[in-house]
Design a protein around this ligand. Structure first.
Ligand code: WAQ
Ligand code: MG
Length: 268
């Protein structure tokens, strides 16, 4: 689903260029669930805190390949009280994985600028933007979670009172992205003005939630995928946009941990 509004003074439906992104969502579902999913996406598009769209596009496509099954990343939450603390923690994680300060700063600035509908792909060494359409970014799609895994995930997240749609959807998305060997890290800040928790996801540290990563009321957000230098961007885009992937198993979910704990014992 994609919901957008035209800039003031421009009639809708003339072109996608210049559209203001309101909301998007995607998933893999059995055919029987599609009517309910369309209803859910419709409600989400029209009741979004970013505003009212004047254009909503919902697309359904049959997948021809059996989805690849992958595990969900482990989940934890870092103790962080301000956007500055959150940013410092995210930078420490990125730098510890060999991403250069230049690339990390470029990625962070891209997110804080906001306005994209998808994610930016940035090379981890030189900090160069690699996706062909920089205004749009790459939109990850064809991903889902198996019913049994979804149930188990819900019960594990509930123990930490974080069994919510934003957390579950972001975890599924990040798990697909990180399952690709060329992606080193996924850094995200929501574009919803009221949702201030972001995350950094990596193979080594899992999905780490970062509370208060932006100021309340700020509508800028985005995602950045840091990739290995020399990565085959076309192959990566095909994987992200079109390869069907389903979360089949869930990893452990822990509560809050200090930045020091996370950086020094990534596995717990
Ligand atoms: N593929 C690539 N980029 C995406 C996608 C996608 N499928 N969906 C969203 N984005 C990009 C796009 O630039 C959005 O503006 C930005 O990410 C933020 O999207 O555990 O709600 O849907 O509590 O606003 C994090 C949850 C929630 C943290 C993130 O993102 C937690 C969120 P939003
Ligand atoms: Mg949003």
């Amino acid at each position: 689903m994609r919901a957008a509004k035209s800039p003031r003074g421009v009639p809708p439906n003339t072109s996608h260029q210049g559209d203001i992104h309101i909301s998007g969502a995607e998933g893999l579902y059995p055919l029987s669930a599609i009517p309910a999913v369309i209803r859910k996406y419709w409600d989400r598009a029209l009741k979004h805190p970013r505003g009212e769209p004047d254009k909503v596009v919902i697309t359904a496509e049959a997948i021809k390949r059996k989805p690849r099954r992958i595990p969900a990343l482990p989940v934890s939450t870092v103790i962080s009280r301000t956007p500055e603390e959150g940013k410092a923690f995210a930078m420490d994680i990125l730098l510890s994985l060999g991403i250069t300060a230049k690339a990390a700063r470029e990625g962070y600035a891209t997110i804080r600028k906001g306005g994209m509908r998808g994610a930016a792909i940035i090379s981890g060494e030189k900090g160069i933007r690699l996706e062909p359409d920089r205004r749009r970014g790459v939109r990850v799609s064809r991903l889902g979670i198996a019913p049994e895994a979804s149930k188990l995930l819900a019960s594990r997240l509930s123990r930490h009172r974080i069994n919510t749609s934003p957390v579950k959807e972001a975890l599924v998305l990040a798990s697909k992205v990180i399952a690709h060997g060329e992606v080193i890290a996924d850094l995200c800040i929501s574009d919803d003005p009221d949702y201030t928790t972001g995350y950094v996801a990596t193979k080594k540290f899992g999905y780490v939630r970062i509370p208060h990563l932006k100021e309340r009321g700020c509508s800028a957000g985005g995602r950045v995928y840091f990739v290995r230098e020399g990565c085959d961007v076309n192959a990566l885009m095909v994987y992200l946009e079109t390869t069907p992937v389903v979360i089949g198993t869930v990893s452990h979910c822990s509560g809050t941990r200090s930045p020091y704990e996370i950086l020094n014992s990534p596995d717990r």
